[in-house]
Structure formats: structure tokens, C-alpha cells
Write a protein that binds this ligand. Structure first.
Ligand SMILES: Cc1cc2nc3c(=O)[nH]c(=O)nc-3n(C[C@H](O)[C@H](O)[C@H](O)COP(=O)(O)OP(=O)(O)OC[C@H]3O[C@@H](n4cnc5c(N)ncnc54)[C@H](O)[C@@H]3O)c2cc1C
Length: 155
């Protein structure tokens, strides 16, 4: 059972550089896209929060968190454009589970103020970056990366 009967064309999980660009592309294509920006725990693990400055791109020298600022700027730019923003939904939460929606599409689950929420999307784009904690797939964690789950920072 979903909270929202509307089915989105695209759901993007993660709002770092990759996720915000995927969401922008979907919206520019005329697709109804929803982007999940994560929660404080996933944001701490996101690569972009570790980048305090970018020396080789003009305009990014003075930004405190340049990649995060650029991704947030993209979402604000879409929201301000009346020809695009009807296809733009932002959910400030972390997706906890993705189920198949019959044979066609997916149901994404998250919680908001302790309440279980869900929505449907035809396609899902995983843009969660390299996480040090691997997802459980089919109830188990198979080692994909030998160094995963240690909580290190990886380049
Ligand atoms: C120390 C360091 C320095 C770097 N310096 C540079 C540099 O100078 N220049 C440069 O170009 N690159 C640099 N990089 C690399 C750059 O940060 C990454 O390539 C880039 O941020 C990766 O983008 P991403 O969108 O794939 O992932 P991330 O930036 O990791 O974003 C992933 C997002 O997914 C979200 N997320 C995760 N799980 C969920 C979930 N379940 N539900 C919803 N959201 C979720 C997180 O909150 C996060 O916002 C550096 C990286 C590090 C670690």
C-alpha cells in the first residue's frame, strides 16, 4: 500500500553530484522525477561532504562544500523554473527499502517523523555513491568490495 497513488516516472536515490544530475536530466526530458536527498547518516557517508574545496574549477574556490553546494543549486534552479518544477519532487529522507511493484516498476519506502511512507516509480536510479556499508540483497550481504563495511574513506 503506498501513501501516494501518483506513480512517478523516475525515482533517484541520493542527491550528490550524480543523483542531482540524473534528476535534472529526467526533468529536462519531461519525466516526472522524485529525488531522495538522504538523511544525516547517509549524508555523513556521502563523498561530497568530504570535499571542502575544489582548486581546479573557477567559481568553486570560495565555496565551503563545493560539490554539495552545486548539487543543492541544481535542485533550487529546477524548483524556480515554472516550465520544469511540475515534474520535480524532493523528499528529504533516506530510502530504507525498494520492492518490485508487480511486473512493472518499484515501490520505495522511507520513514518521516516515525511514520512509514512509500511511493511508486517506474524506474529507479541508485546514486548513493560508494557507501562503506553494503546493502542487504535478498536477505544477505555478499562481499562485493573486500574493504567495505569498515567505515573508511575511499578515493
Ligand atoms: C576526501 C575527498 C576529496 C575529494 N575531492 C574531490 C575534488 O576535489 N574534486 C572532485 O571533483 N571530486 C572530489 N572527490 C570525489 C567526489 O566527492 C565524488 O566523486 C562525488 O561526490 C561522488 O558523487 P556521488 O553523487 O556519486 O556520491 P556522493 O557524493 O557520495 O552522494 C551520495 C548521496 O546519496 C545519499 N544517499 C545514500 N544513501 C541514501 C539512501 N538510502 N536514501 C537517500 N539518499 C541516500 C547521500 O546522502 C549522499 O548525498 C573527493 C572525494 C573525497 C572522499
Amino acid at each position: 500500500m503506498t501513501n501516494d497513488e501518483r506513480r512517478h516516472d523516475v525515482a533517484v536515490i541520493g542527491a550528490g553530484g550524480a543523483g542531482s544530475m540524473a534528476h535534472l536530466r529526467a526533468v529536462l526530458n519531461g519525466d516526472d522525477s522524485v529525488i531522495f536527498t538522504g538523511d544525516p547518516t547517509t549524508k555523513r557517508k556521502g563523498r561530497s561532504t568530504w570535499v571542502t574545496h575544489v582548486d581546479n574549477i573557477p567559481g568553486m574556490h570560495e565555496l565551503g562544500r563545493p560539490i554539495t553546494a552545486a548539487a543543492n543549486g541544481t535542485l533550487k534552479w529546477i524548483a524556480a523554473d515554472e516550465t520544469l518544477n511540475h515534474n520535480h519532487t524532493v523528499v528529504k529522507a533516506a530510502v530504507t527499502k525498494v520492492d518490485r511493484d508487480g511486473d512493472d516498476g518499484f515501490v520505495l519506502h522511507w520513514s518521516e517523523k516515525g511514520e512509514a511512507r512509500s511511493l511508486r516509480a517506474r524506474f529507479v536510479i541508485l546514486a548513493t555513491g560508494i557507501m562503506d556499508v553494503q546493502p542487504e540483497i535478498g536477505g544477505s550481504i555478499k562481499p562485493i568490495l573486500p574493504f567495505a563495511n569498515r567505515g573508511d574513506v575511499h578515493y
